[in-house]
Design a protein around this ligand. Structure first.
Ligand code: SF4
Length: 434
């Protein structure tokens, strides 16, 4: 049976798609990148916001026409949309055959086989233990940089967020299986590992905390670069900062979602920090690792957000000047506390105008941060040939800045010194040194 898999959403979903590939290939399924040749089409979905969800539903409507042409074709939704809507999806999308949540991928071969009897199948159970410990992901990596999930789920229950419902409670992975996967990636020629977790810094296995795991990984694969995301701000400890500072192969970059610059809004969101505490965390990071980059997630228009709250976000952004941010307008997610109890009362047009304002501001901050690199020499991991101009390579420095630079005979996957000549709003431009 041939399967076609399409992935939406975050890095965790990309990683999960690799897990799905691994499970299906091991059970004798064949992967195809041609939708028309598939016997089963799977969409690994995201439901964090309204926009990606709409995109997936539109895609499903398009894919539906393939079923008309090929009667035996099966269509399945896996990932967060599955656990968000559960069997309601069968009511909404009559042509759907399968719904499988993020903790049930091991059952996929068995579930797909059951579809032969024209049944509809669903498994959206959530686990309290990591279920993919010994599965080596396969299929969609770029050969240089690999994702590696070390924990899943979230216990924080932010009032706007659907993740604790779609991915369940926090579950960390056995460190031995993590180290085994790191060594395997090194052996296969990968140069960089990106450790993933909804709250990566909440990793906890028996007595082992995240900073201890990170140190073990840095020592186990000293020639590989290590990145990690996403960090929950109040989990950043001095021990973690000391480990990041000590090991040259750990990248000096933190992704710390601020969400809002108003303590009143943070409290409504049930974030576990005030604005003052967030600023202290930033100060502590910059004191221990002065030359690091900090990125963030910021949301506009959360329930009851006033102009004064919005001005606070602007003020905090101006104080911190994040290297970059992912910015969104709030969309209410069915099932969350905010959906049930809070008023989504900021008009959409206001959400959009506030969003546009913070996007413009962030653009100027990114430019400000990037410009500080002009004239410096950076060690860059070459990730590939620039899509805009094949006379250039692209890659990243240890702070996660994107750099486009002149090409020579250096191999993709090697580390090279690059002199930074100029900057755009998003990218550094440089020349490779001999
Ligand atoms: S920390 Fe909050 S926003 Fe992040 S995944 Fe958990 S509940 Fe969602």
């Amino acid at each position: 049976m041939k399967f076609y898999l399409e992935t939406y959403g975050c890095q965790m979903n990309i990683y999960d798609s690799e897990i799905i590939c691994s499970i299906l290939l091991k059970s004798g399924f064949i992967k195809t990148s041609n939708l028309k040749k598939a016997d089963i089409i799977l969409l690994n979905t995201c439901s964090i916001r309204e926009k990606p969800e709409k995109k997936i539903f539109n895609r499903l409507i398009k894919i539906k026409c393939f079923k008309k042409k090929k009667k035996q074709l099966k269509l399945g939704i896996v990932g967060c949309l599955a656990t968000h809507y559960k069997k309601k999806l069968f009511e909404k999308l009559k042509f759907l055959d399968l719904i499988v949540g993020p903790d049930s991928y091991k059952q996929l071969p068995e579930i797909i086989n059951k579809l032969k009897n024209n049944n509809k199948e669903i498994d959206v159970s959530l686990a309290n233990k990591e279920r993919y410990t010994n599965i080596i992901p396969k299929g969609v990596r770029n050969g240089i940089s690999a994702f590696l999930s070390i924990m899943r789920g979230c216990d924080n229950m932010c009032t706007f967020c659907i993740v604790p419902y779609t991915r369940g409670r926090e579950k960390s992975r056995n460190p031995n299986s993590i180290l085994k996967e790191c060594k395997l990636l090194y052996k296969k020629g990968y140069k960089e590992i990106i450790l993933l977790g909804q709250n990566v810094d909440a990793y906890f296995w028996k007595k082992m905390k995240f900073f201890q795991l990170l140190e073990l990984i840095a020592k186990t694969v000293p020639l590989m670069r290590i990145r990690f995301l996403t960090s929950y701000p109040s989990n950043i400890t001095t021990n973690l900062l000391k480990v990041v500072k000590k090991y040259t192969n750990i990248c000096k970059h933190f992704h710390l979602p601020l969400q809002s610059g108003s303590t009143r809004i943070l409290s409504l969101m049930r974030r576990k920090y005030t604005v003052e505490e967030f600023l202290l965390i930033i100060k502590r990071i910059k004191t221990i690792i002065p030359d690091c980059s900090i990125s963030s997630d910021i949301m506009t228009g959360f329930c009851t957000e006033t102009q004064a709250d919005h001005r606070e976000t602007i003020r905090i952004m101006n104080l911190i000047k994040f290297n970059f941010s992912f910015m969104f307008k709030y969309s209410s997610r069915q099932g969350t506390y905010a959906y049930r109890k809070l008023k989504d009362n900021v008009p959409n047009s206001l959400k959009i105008s506030r969003l546009n304002e913070i996007i413009r501001l962030q653009k100027s901050h990114s430019f400000y941060r990037l410009k500080q690199n002009i004239g410096t020499i950076q060690e860059v991991l070459i990730e590939g040939i620039s899509k805009q101009d094949e006379k250039y390579y692209y890659g990243r420095n240890y702070k996660n800045d994107l750099i486009v630079f002149t090409k020579n005979k250096s191999k993709i996957g090697s580390y090279k010194k690059v002199k930074i000549l100029k900057s755009t709003f998003t990218t550094l431009i440089g020349e490779i040194l001999p």
